[in-house]
Structures are given as structure tokens and as C-alpha cells.
Design a protein around this ligand. Structure first.
Ligand code: DC
Length: 227
């Protein structure tokens, strides 16, 4: 039977649990996991290292076009360097959110994302996957959680890395980033009309994974599609 590539699109705000669940789903399904936020972060990191303002439209677009970004086994490489950990700072988070509001930067990233999904079935997570990158995605999930819970998860992540985050600062940065990501004019974070809304506030990772797997299995008829 003919096989075709499948796109599972997972969108939602920071701390909704997208990365953790998308990684596990990709593993379960044998699909490629794609963290599109990491791509915007890599561009922002490059800009910060070069002393370029992450709000500078022209220079940010140039960087986004020139950046060699590779995603492999959950790791991200910028111009050949593994930057998987370096992109996880508060400074890079803010810069990524600023850079992601620039249409030229988005165009460059979206082109890379579409090119990857031409080759393989993917679980792709971000802010605009089901709305802009793959409006025809087979499965669209909008993951959400209440703001307090999202901040709590982010703090937990930091503690588990041995860091001692300032809770008030993390909360304020997340609020600011959410506001910017959902109010920008190009591809704001918004639920696609045909996405399934899943509130993860009171669910653990396994429960979220099972809920999404159920949706995936219901949408993909036996044997018709696989990676
Ligand atoms: O998912 P994340 O927090 O690592 O993403 C970092 C920033 O990148 C986020 O503030 C918004 C932006 N982003 C985006 O605009 N579109 C995406 N598809 C993914 C991330």
C-alpha cells in the first residue's frame, strides 16, 4: 500500500509541555522530532554572539538565511557547533521571541522546516506549525496549561539543571514572551480552528502522550501512512 509522510503539529505557549511530549511521541511513532523553537533560538544566539540586536530586521534576516541549522537526535547544531544547551538561557529566550517577530526570519525558518518534512514523517512543535507551516497537517494539537503551572514547570526544569532561578523573573519573562508571541502580526501563536485543544495543567507526561497517541491513531488509518 502507498505510504505518505505524516505531520503531527503541536503548538502552544512556553511551558505547556510541548517539547517533552513531542520527543516521546516521535519516538513511539518512529517519526523525526523537530523543535522549531530551537531554530529561532539558534539564530538569536548567533546574533547575540555577534553583537547584533535581535530586533534588527535586516541583519536578523541575513543571519537567518545564512545560518546552517541541523537538527539531529534531539540536538541542534548551529554552523556545525552543538548549541543544544547554550540556547536555553533567558537571554536567548527573549532574543528568539524578538527575532521570531521578524517576517524575514520566519520565512527562512519555515522554508527549512518544510524542507525537513519533505523527507520524513515528523512531530513538529512550535507556535505556528498547524496554522502556517503545515496548515494541512494530518494531526494538529494545541497544548496549553494555566500560567502558574507553566511557570512552575519552567522553574522545575531550571532546578533540575542545578540552577537557582528567580521565580518572579521567570514568571515575568514568560508573560512577556507569551504576549509578544501571540500579538505579533506575522504568524502569531493562535490555535488553528481544526486543532485539538488539550489542557495539560492537571495531566502528567504519560497522560498527555496517551491522549495524543489516541488522536493520532484515530486519524491515521491502518497501514496507509507511516514514516
Ligand atoms: O518553543 P521555544 O520557547 O523554545 O521558542 C522560542 C521562541 O521562538 C518563542 O518565544 C517563540 C518563537 N517561536 C516561534 O515564533 N515560532 C515557532 N514555530 C517556534 C518558536
Amino acid at each position: 500500500m502507498a505510504q505518505r509522510r505524516v505531520v503531527v503539529a503541536i503548538d502552544g505557549p512556553a511551558g505547556a509541555g510541548k517539547s517533552s511530549v513531542a520527543k516521546r511521541l516521535a519516538q513511539r511513532l518512529g517519526f523525526t522530532y523537530l523543535d522549531t523553537g530551537a531554530m529561532y533560538r539558534a539564530v538569536a544566539l548567533w546574533a547575540l554572539r555577534q553583537g547584533i540586536e535581535t530586533s534588527d530586521r535586516h541583519r536578523m534576516e541575513q543571519l537567518a538565511l545564512a545560518a546552517d541549522i541541523q537538527l539531529q537526535d534531539g540536538k541542534i547544531f548551529l554552523n556545525g557547533e552543538d548549541v543544544s544547551d547554550t540556547i536555553r538561557t533567558a537571554e536567548v529566550s527573549g532574543g528568539a521571541s524578538q527575532g521570531a517577530a521578524i517576517p524575514g526570519v520566519r520565512r527562512a525558518m519555515v522554508a527549512k522546516q518544510r524542507a525537513i518534512a519533505e523527507r520524513t514523517s515528523v512531530v513538529m512543535e512550535g507556535r505556528d506549525i498547524g496554522t502556517v507551516v503545515f496548515p494541512d497537517a494530518d494531526i494538529k494539537i494545541y497544548l496549553d496549561a494555566n500560567p502558574e503551572e507553566r511557570v512552575r514547570r519552567r522553574l522545575h526544569e531550571e532546578y533540575s539543571k542545578g540552577l537557582t532561578p528567580d521565580a518572579a523573573a521567570v514568571s515575568q519573562q514568560m508573560e512577556e514572551r507569551d504576549r509578544r508571541d501571540s500579538t505579533r502580526s506575522d504568524s502569531p501563536l493562535v490555535q488553528a480552528p481544526d486543532a485539538v485543544y488539550l489542557d495539560t495543567t492537571r495531566l502528567n507526561l504519560e497522560e498527555v502522550e496517551e491522549a495524543i497517541l489516541k488522536i493520532v491513531r484515530a486519524r491515521i488509518t491502518n497501514g496507509k501512512v507511516l514514516n
